[in-house]
Design a protein around this ligand. Structure first.
Ligand SMILES: Cc1cc2nc3c(=O)[nH]c(=O)nc-3n(C[C@H](O)[C@H](O)[C@H](O)COP(=O)(O)OP(=O)(O)OC[C@H]3O[C@@H](n4cnc5c(N)ncnc54)[C@H](O)[C@@H]3O)c2cc1C
Length: 403
């Protein structure tokens, strides 16, 4: 480790979301000194991501994190594809890919549980810390170091490091400070999430715990997270927040998805716009991007946080090899080469396709899609192929094969 000086670190990370936290843990375990600058007063308590895919669980297991998530989550081996009018079309079971993962299921566990687990683990490393109320403002780099300035309640401070990682979310100040383009598009509708404690599988008997329900205007992703069942669906751009959160409107939507003799107990609701974007590069010299600061996508398939964690693990392992094994910083170009194309060709492509399939308006194509799904379900090899894709195993293998 280079130093104990509070204002000099080997690596500084902006943002203590899931990606910043996982990245810091790997660095701390490799004896690299690391500080996370977090703008908030505490870890963000937002619900947001809840799906952990099998390879993410495999990787987090190596860090001792997975058992702590499993203890707080719901193991969900099956996913369903449904149609709002025609009901259950097919159900796929991750048991079919148990030869390729130690965790043949999706784990539903809110992302704030991951960051809390890691915050505690980081406390065991004197050379790792999270500084709260420390908002990244800007960075200046030369051939040897990066000087990072950040705002605290006591004024602007500086910290010097070898490398800066921006994992400060989709509006990344790190990405903007480097003037890196965020290429892609914004969807012309808004997304609503509604969380209810009502047991939806008691209301609709064959309803699974992860369901993608197709319909031209009222498609929905339904997830059973530990404390709630969460419905995610689109609404027109013109609707105001007040209209979107109107109880009659929401009850009507939920009733069509799961007809219920009574009102749902809506406890949480969120409204947000959705983008499909990837940063033009993940590296400018000593400054790197990972997670939502590097790529954002729609939540259908649960790939945003998972892909971000894969970035963070890939990058932290490369930095550890540079510090421990004296390898050159060309490894950081390899990080960009491995992770960026996967975000574009795999995660973006898959999530865009997921949304298109759900919202198909042509009744003929909608039926054809159902037939295709049934044909896959009747063929073990094809089902395995789909599960390897949706669980992100194929994409990761492709990424790791890039040299
Ligand atoms: C409704 C919804 C459901 C989702 N479901 C899933 C899912 O099931 N599976 C999945 O994989 N993904 C899902 N996602 C996406 C997932 O939430 C994100 O991909 C994930 O949070 C990205 O993690 P991150 O660490 O890169 O960024 P973030 O979680 O956004 O964390 C960024 C952190 O940086 C901090 N920060 C911001 N600016 C600064 C600054 N200037 N200085 C210092 N700190 C700063 C923030 O306070 C925050 O703590 C979902 C998203 C939504 C909205």
């Amino acid at each position: 480790m280079t130093t104990n000086n509070r204002n000099t670190r080997q690596v500084v990370i902006a943002g203590a979301g899931p990606v910043g936290c996982v990245t810091a843990l790997i660095l701390a375990r490799a004896d690299v000194s690391v500080t996370i600058l977090e703008a908030g007063e505490d870890l963000v308590p937002e619900l947001r991501a809840s799906t952990f895919h099998p390879p993410t669980l495999d990787m987090l297991d190596e860090l001792g994190v997975t058992p702590q998530l499993v203890a707080q989550g719901l193991i969900t081996p099956k996913i369903q594809y449904r149609d709002l009018d025609d009901g259950l079309i097919v159900e796929f079971d991750h048991d079919l890919i148990k030869d390729r993962t130690n965790h043949p299921y999706r784990l539903q566990c809110e992302q704030f549980k991951l960051t809390r687990v890691i915050e505690k683990m980081l406390g065991e490393y004197p050379h790792a810390e999270i500084r709260f109320q420390s908002k990244f403002l800007g960075a200046l780099q030369d051939a040897d170091a990066v000087t990072v300035s950040y705002e605290t309640p006591g004024g602007v401070e500086e910290i010097t490091c070898d490398y800066l990682i921006g994992s400060d979310g989709s509006r990344s100040a790190v990405r903007k400070s480097q003037e890196i383009e965020f290429e892609g598009f914004t969807y012309p509708e808004q997304f609503v999430t509604v969380s209810v404690p009502d047991e939806v599988d008691e209301i609709v008997e064959d309803m699974g715990h992860v369901c993608y329900i197709a319909h031209p205007t009222e498609w929905c992703a339904l997830i059973h997270a530990p404390d709630y069942w969460r419905f995610l669906f689109p609404i027109p751009m013109e609707m105001t927040r007040e209209e979107a959160f109107d109880d009659d409107f929401l009850q009507g939507r939920l009733q069509r998805l799961a007809p219920y003799d009574g009102n749902f107990s809506i406890e949480l609701k969120t409204l947000y716009g959705v983008n499909q974007r990837v940063a033009k590069t993940y590296r400018t010299g000593r400054i790197l991007l990972a997670g939502d600061s590097a790529h954002v996508n729609n939540p259908l398939g649960g790939m945003g946080m998972n892909g971000g964690i894969h970035d963070g693990i890939n990058l932290a392992k490369k930095l550890a090899r540079m510090y421990q094994g004296g390898e050159s910083d060309e490894l950081l170009d390899l990080y960009d080469r491995q992770r960026r194309p996967i975000a574009v060709e795999y995660v973006q492509a898959q999530t865009i396709r997921n949304k298109k399939n759900l919202e198909e308006t042509d009744p003929k194509i909608r039926k054809q899609r159902q037939e295709e799904l049934r044909a896959v379900a009747n063929d073990v090899e094809k089902t395995r192929e789909i599960l390897l894709q949706t669980s992100m195993i194929s994409g990761l293998e492709k990424s790791e094969a890039i040299l």
